[in-house]
Design a protein around this ligand. Structure first.
Ligand code: ATP
Length: 270
């Protein structure tokens, strides 16, 4: 039922080496998600409960989904993704039903990693809980929390959520036993930007050594996703020019174009 709301990937192909920067963040995700899946007995022997849920928070396009997929790959777990916005449904009870379906599916496919993107869509502090739409969203969130509370009996399922709006979240979902492991995923620093550019140009036919560090210096504030677009755009410049190799000049042109577009889009620009 409603499987189209979920994205199921039996064997995701993202690898840890595909992720630029985020070394410490990835270490934390692996400790919270990978170790409990691969070494469940060790947790039992030592007598500690693994973290229930991991919450990744930070700006868009920084690699949150990538990290969740890479951990699923590494643990041979099924990756099941659901957008929080999909859980906000018109009809009473529909959101809760989707949450149940999500966890049932995970149980059938375990080991499984459930990834809920935009968790804020169902877990924001409400300003006015009197409207019926809000009450329904509240019920959906309660269903999610109750599924997580029943985790012990659920076996090899781990849950990762992501948000760009950490400040908006209802504290109820951050309590111990719920999303009790918070990991901030920031925009990349210069070193990480250089690495991300080299990852995304790895398969490109380059005419000369691209100076990744020089490009990294000029892309302060770019996310990983924006750096990926920069590489694609550089390739487009070469294609438009009828060449089959990409030059450093193409990267500069691509960067100028992206920066120009960003200025055009910024508020206050007439
Ligand atoms: P959102 O919050 O918008 O859902 P996200 O943080 O989940 O974003 P991803 O979907 O993981 O971001 O990243 C989008 C794309 O950007 C990736 O498929 C990848 O190509 C590129 N990307 C983002 N971050 C990185 C990174 N740290 N290293 C390499 N590529 C990255």
């Amino acid at each position: 039922a409603r499987a189209q709301a979920m994205e199921v990937d039996e064997s995701p192909t993202v690898e840890y080496e595909d992720i630029g920067g985020l070394d410490e963040e990835l270490r934390e995700v692996r400790e919270a998600v990978e170790d409990p899946l691969l070494n469940a007995e060790q947790f039992e022997k030592i007598g500690v409960e693994p973290p229930s849920g991991v919450l990744l928070h930070g700006p868009p396009g920084t690699g949150k989904t990538m990290m969740a997929k890479a951990v699923a790959n590494e643990t041979n777990a099924t990756f099941i993704k659901m957008a929080g916005s999909e859980l906000v449904q018109k009809f009473i009870g529909e959101g809760s039903r989707l949450v149940r379906d999500l966890f049932d599916l995970a149980e059938q496919r375990e080991p499984a990693i459930i990834f809920i993107d935009e968790i804020d869509a169902v877990a924001s502090k409400r300003t006015d809980s009197k409207t019926s739409g809000d009450a329904e969203v509240q019920r959906t969130m309660m269903q999610l929390l109750s599924e997580m509370d029943g985790f012990d009996e659920r076996g090899d399922i781990r849950i990762i959520a992501a948000t760009n709006r950490y400040d908006m979240l209802d504290e109820a979902i951050l309590r111990p036993g719920r999303f009790d492991r918070l990991i901030e995923v920031p925009n990349p620093d210069a070193e990480a930007r250089s690495r991300i550019l080299s990852i995304h140009t790895d398969e490109m036919n380059l005419a000369e050594a691209v100076d990744y560090d020089a490009l990294a210096e000029q892309t302060e504030g770019f996310s990983g996703a924006q750096l990926e677009s920069l590489s694609t755009e550089a390739g487009m410049f070469a294609i438009r020019d009828g060449r089959d190799e990409v030059t450093m000049r193409d990267f500069q042109d691509a960067l100028d174009k992206i920066k120009r577009n960003a200025e055009d889009d910024s508020p206050g620009h007439s």
